[in-house]
Design a protein around this ligand. Sequence first.
Ligand SMILES: [Zn+2]
Length: 718
Amino acid sequence: MSKSLEDKNQMGLQLVDVNQKNYQKKQIDESQYIQISEDEQGGDQAILISSKQDNKKICFQIKKVYRNTLDFLKKYSKQTIGVVSVIFSILVLASYFSLKEKCPYDSDHTCLKQFIFPKLFVWICKVLFNSLATVIQFHILISKSTYTLIPAYGFLQSFYLFIFNDNTINLHYYMGGINAIHIIIIAFLLLVYGLIRIWVACFKKYKWICFFGNLSVILTVLILFYYQSILHGCDYWTKGINGQIESQQSSCNILLPKYCWYKITHQWQDLSLLFPTCENASTSQNQKLKIDQFFSPYVNSSQFIAFKNLNSIPEKNRTDEEIQATAFRQSKGYSSLEQAFNDQYDVVFDRKEQKYHIDVQFNKTLSEERKKIANENPSKPLSKNILIIFIDAISRQSMHLKLPKTVEWFEKRSRMHSYVPENKQSEEDKKKSQSFEFYKYNSLKPYTYDNLQNLMYGQYVRDVEVSEEEKLVSIVEDIKQKGYVTGHSSDQCQTLSLSFDYETFGLINSSRYDHETQSYACDPNFQDPESKFGLFQGPYSIVRRCLYGKTMAEYPLDYAKSFFKKYKDNQKFMHLEFSYGHEGTGEVINYLDDPLSRFLENMTDEGLLKDTTVILLSDHGLHMQGIFYLLQLKNVFIEINLPGLFINIPPELNEKYGDQIALNQQSLVSVKNLHHFIKQIIVGEEYENYKQSLFNHLQFQKQCHDIGVFDSGNCSCK
Ligand SMILES: [Zn+2]
């Protein structure tokens, strides 16, 4: 044996000596092995044996260190877990604050494309780490693995960060949204953790009885409650107010889902149930301070704040980014309500009572001017009044599911299967108003802008440069030129829902209505100027929207009613917009049904909807699908392309065109056809593009490419 080998062997033996008690047998085996090898294999083999021997010794040492470490950890486990907990707290802190990044761009669209999307993966990893670390802290805390204060601090730190630290969501910061994702994931992980603990405890005690017992309870509950809705959940899906989606041979056949998850999970995510109703929500001192903060510089301490109609201010002050500050700046203080109304302000806020007064002020000059235009117009409009109710992001199916009372208003005025040519109306039926539902109304893209630009401007431009003269002009200008008085209101602090921002500013002229108001929607207690996209407040809130003890939707509805009353004798066009569908749970829309259906019923009862074409539409299905998107549920991606379109026409229009419009209920139609429909109403029979309008049987629109939809992902046909 060489010297070095001998030394090493010696060293090995010494090491073995140290652990003699435990490893005596092994040492003997090893000595024998070396001896045999040396005699029989010669010198080279001895080196090989020596290296094998070395490896064994290294392994042996590693095992020893490992064992010692374990012994140490066992002995000092409390301290060790304490250190781990502290490290987690520090890492969570660092990871959380690294999520606070500012978007450097000036529009939502660019921020989404160039800032959020590229960072999303890293953000999600950080959020997952933070959530997991928080749940581990919780486990350490309740399993009493270390000194209570250490994990308690870690858990409370996360609690503070994710709930209270910073819930800003505006154009540049998104912490409120990131916090919400933290909370959702932690809640889910805690639920799983709790279930595992219960199951483990149960299993230890009752073994397999527990396993099968639990399984049978869960299955029984599922079968009892959801058997019907899972198996028959799609029964409603094809149905409508006067029939159902019909399949046709040579044209678009709508894709049908197997499971209809919006129906199965209806109200599951309704977080509003955890909050008081709008009527019971108390007004706080904070709300008064907020009004002082944003209005006092312009109205001092006046009790009444009057809101100017912003239809004549420069375009740059009407963008989505500027409109709220403009509304504050243009407000005027009054000491009495009468004085403000006398000065022709439609909306006045009473600071003392914390209440909005809405009373559209009749403009005699405007009324007479428009009457004159209407009288001098050689071609008569097809309908005296038009009322458009736009709801963002809700499918036709979800309108039936979430807005049953509103849909019922249309249903009560419809005839079954009116779309079948043989089923023409009797003379008696023609003397009534008639409702239609468009079963194959396909969105152009699952975004608001693309659809509404086609509705309001008749065409689509995006990401191009146009000169001032080439900017698109709104249909509202045509409507005014035909002698209509126009009005607009919504639950959003915008001139129009289609986003008039830094990007679109260069492509379109904003729609300017004779009577328009953003006042209540721009109220700082509704849309927080510092956090415009709040999760629990404002137009994107995931809980019901309230303002001073009233449901938000009631404000624009009151405004529309007042407008209809004041201009009773004029031709009028009223455009209402709601963003109740624009949020991730898909449940806030439930709270629009009552006020909207009540509005339609009251307006009908008071005779205000006489001679009025009522159009209820959306632009696309739910496109912020939250949990449904994560689960990649098929019906969600079908419904996103199938918004709702309901139209009720007055008797005189029905008599002439009812049967013709009815045929299009089973045609593939888009918002462009609705644009031409509105134009034909205001222009009259001589409308040049009548072939594109819903008045004309659109049989030539057979497949998605016929309506300008070329991406199969945006098409609802098979
Ligand atoms: Zn939309």
